[in-house]
Each structure stands twice: as structure tokens, then as C-alpha cells.
Design a protein. Structure first.
Length: 173
């Protein structure tokens, strides 16, 4: 087990209770994902200093925001392209929702002010990234999911396929 993931598991075990994150192990990268946070909106400042807000597309949907850490533990340099196909959030019954592009004008509207919760979910994990061995990148990803969808797993599909489960769907009850 990689050092960063082992430390997180140790902290969760020492504190008792269920961990508030999921870990998926790959051959090259590990994916550590905090439990999804449901938010009415995600307000942030883009690279050009403009205020932007993401809201769900419809009243039967909601935003799920997930803090994701990608750890490169074995490759000298791992190039990543974090886009709508890089991660999916959903359940093991087959419903998976792709990440939203927070910088697309169809996802995030321009506003005069982001409000008091602006940059609560910063930085956003998006775009090209080169991750050196024994380094990690952490940021937030936004998903527009149907209300009532069990947010049980995060599928990471960039560089390799890694699944981080929030819900132990395979545990015998």
C-alpha cells in the first residue's frame, strides 16, 4: 500500500468510524477521493479573474463535488489530461455521470460576484497535468447528478482505470 494511502487509512482507523474517503489502487497511480459533497452551486474565480457559478441543469438534478487526489507512485512522469472523460461518479448498478467542465461557458455562468462561498471548492482539478513520481495533485471535480442517485463509486479513466468505492457494495450483509 502506498505511503500516502496507508497514512490516510491509519488516520481513519485511529479516529474510529467509517472513513470519509475512498481509495482506488492502480499499477501506476492511486486515486484518493473524499466523500461527495452535495452543493446548490459552485462559485469560483477563473484564471482570468472572472467570477463564475455552476448550478445543476434541472430541478431533478444536483451538484456533487468531490475532492480527488491523484498519486503517481511508480512512473517517472505521468501525463494526465483531466477532462469530462477522466472521471465518472455513480453507482455500481451502471449509472455513471461524467465530470463537468467547469471552464466551459455551458457549465459555468459569468456573474458579478461569486458570493461568500466563492472558491470553497478550490482548486478545481482540470486540464493537462504532468505528475512526477512520488508526487500528487489534489483538486475538486464537479458532477451534475440526478437526485436520488447513490454516489457509491468514483471511476478514474485517465492513464489507467481505477475505481474508488465509497460504499462497500460487495460486503456480505
Amino acid at each position: 500500500m502506498p505511503l500516502a494511502a496507508a497514512a490516510l487509512v491509519g488516520v481513519a482507523t485511529a479516529c474510529g468510524g467509517d472513513p470519509e474517503f475512498a481509495v482506488g489502487f492502480g499499477r501506476v497511480i492511486d486515486v484518493i477521493s473524499a466523500d461527495p459533497v452535495i452543493a446548490e452551486r459552485v462559485a469560483f474565480t477563473d484564471d482570468e479573474g472572472r467570477h463564475r457559478v455552476i448550478r445543476s441543469r434541472a430541478s431533478n438534478r444536483q451538484l456533487a463535488v468531490v475532492e480527488v487526489t491523484i498519486v503517481n507512485r511508480s512512473s517517472i512522469v505521468t501525463p494526465l489530461l483531466i477532462d469530462t472523460d477522466a472521471a465518472q461518479l455513480g453507482d455500481r448498478r451502471g449509472q455513471r455521470i461524467n465530470a463537468l467542465d467547469p471552464f466551459a461557458t455551458t457549465s459555468a455562468a459569468f456573474v458579478d460576484s461569486g458570493g461568500p462561498d466563492e472558491n470553497r471548492f478550490a482548486p478545481l482539478l482540470w486540464g493537462p497535468l504532468e505528475l512526477e513520481r512520488n508526487f500528487q495533485a489534489t483538486g475538486w471535480m464537479v458532477f451534475d447528478v440526478p437526485k436520488g442517485l447513490t454516489l457509491g463509486s468514483l471511476w478514474w479513466n485517465e492513464v489507467e482505470d481505477v475505481v474508488a468505492d465509497y460504499v462497500d457494495t460487495f460486503r456480505v450483509r
